[in-house]
Design a protein around this ligand. Structure first.
Ligand code: NI
Length: 173
């Protein structure tokens, strides 16, 4: 358990939960997930409610819950893919992903996707896919709000492990 960051869901779908720590509400499609908490909080697990299929959510509201840069938060998952929201500010390390393609879509602000041979500027409402294996880094002169769509468990720094920038997987809002 100690390898899990507080607040990070250990599993996120019904198939990955045992029957005693998740239960579906057939009326509301609300699922309760067990979330590991540090021992000082009392019980090791607390119940948190996450909204799953057929329940709308607001991207603006979700972004308002993010108070740190470069730490993606999962807001939806489907077909093994995750939709993550992240706030960018500054410059991210160079990296590539061996097996995952990544989609970046700017919701607010602007960002630059930098490749070794070119730069792609993305304004709000614009999107770009980075193919697997292609080295890249992301930059934002001022804070940008960005959606990322990629397979679950994709490490944000890809082939690189960075003390400052590598974020835990599975963090949800
Ligand atoms: Ni990447």
């Amino acid at each position: 358990m100690a390898d899990v960051e507080p607040g990070v869901v250990r599993a996120t779908t019904a198939t990955r939960f045992s029957s005693n720590n998740i239960r579906p509400d057939p009326e509301l499609y609300v699922w309760e997930a067990a979330v590991w908490q540090p021992p000082s909080f009392g019980p090791y697990y607390s119940k948190q409610t996450y909204l799953f299929p057929m329940t709308p959510f607001s991207l603006a509201e979700k972004f308002s819950l993010i108070h740190e840069h470069w730490r993606p938060k999962v807001v939806a998952e489907l077909n093994g893919q995750e939709l993550k929201l992240v706030k960018f500010s500054g410059c991210f390390p160079w990296h590539h992903h061996e097996t995952e393609d990544e989609l970046f879509l700017v919701w607010r602000g602007a960002m630059t996707l930098e490749f070794r041979d070119r730069k792609v500027r993305l304004e709000a409402g614009q999107a770009c896919v980075v193919p697997r294996g292609v080295e890249h880094r992301t930059l934002a002169e001022s804070e940008a709000e960005v959606l990322i769509f990629e397979p679950g468990a994709t490490r944000n720094t890809g082939n690189v492990v960075d003390d400052q920038f590598t974020a835990p997987n599975g963090a949800r809002i």
